[in-house]
Design a protein around this ligand. Sequence first.
Ligand SMILES: Nc1ncnc2c1ncn2[C@@H]1O[C@H](COP(=O)(O)OP(=O)(O)OP(=O)(O)O)[C@@H](O)[C@H]1O
Length: 230
Amino acid sequence: MLRLENCLIENGGFALHADLTVDRGSLIAVIGPSGAGKSTLIEAVAGFRQLSSGAIHWNGTSLTQVEPGKRPVAMLFQDGNLFPHLTVVQNVGLGIRANLRLDATQRVQVQAALVRVGLQDMAGRKPAALSGGQQSRVALARVLVQGRDLLLLDEPFAALGPALKAEMLDLVAELVAENGATLLMVSHDPSDARRIADQVVLVADGQVHPPMETASLLDNPPPALKAYLG
Ligand SMILES: Nc1ncnc2c1ncn2[C@@H]1O[C@H](COP(=O)(O)OP(=O)(O)OP(=O)(O)O)[C@@H](O)[C@H]1O
């Protein structure tokens, strides 16, 4: 269970309040107007942004003072997920060890992740020789080998076409379920939420709202969400 307890997250003059609980194993879409603080929330959970007050707990253990690399968190961004000078297998291996000195077991783990995302035949390629969807799969494989409990996605598939995005979202949902992980995914597209998220966290007006059931929230949006959805 992820608990954000009376959190105040500040960025310059911007302030965001969060007090909510996310059940373990949930698939949550984080939606809200541009500039509302969705990325700020994700950065605070990942530890890239310090809390001004409040606390973050994972399964009863405080994460508030834990540095980003030691949190049970794996992240995927829209851009910059892959290193262009490294091969697919190296980019995935980075998820296990930054110096890429992997033992035999770890190399098997990397191969298994590549098989899981369907890229076993492209291990030696560099990102420039892959399609956008294949690059997304490499980034997902790296998340997979990290074996973290909490997966944070900040619009990672926004640049993909609709069919490919749907395919990647389904793959994410499958991987999250297989690994018993918990997903927080920022998206500007309500159909992404409907596709894979059981619940939605609305970020608006300086507040992170507690998770609400996806269909009922999107079918009957509160005013802040209605204005955003148009
Ligand atoms: N360095 C900064 N100094 C002051 N305010 C900032 C700074 N960086 C970001 N902000 C403000 O913080 C707020 C939240 O930004 P954030 O990127 O979290 O929003 P978002 O909901 O993810 O937006 P988008 O959907 O457009 O990506 C914005 O209103 C932004 O103007």
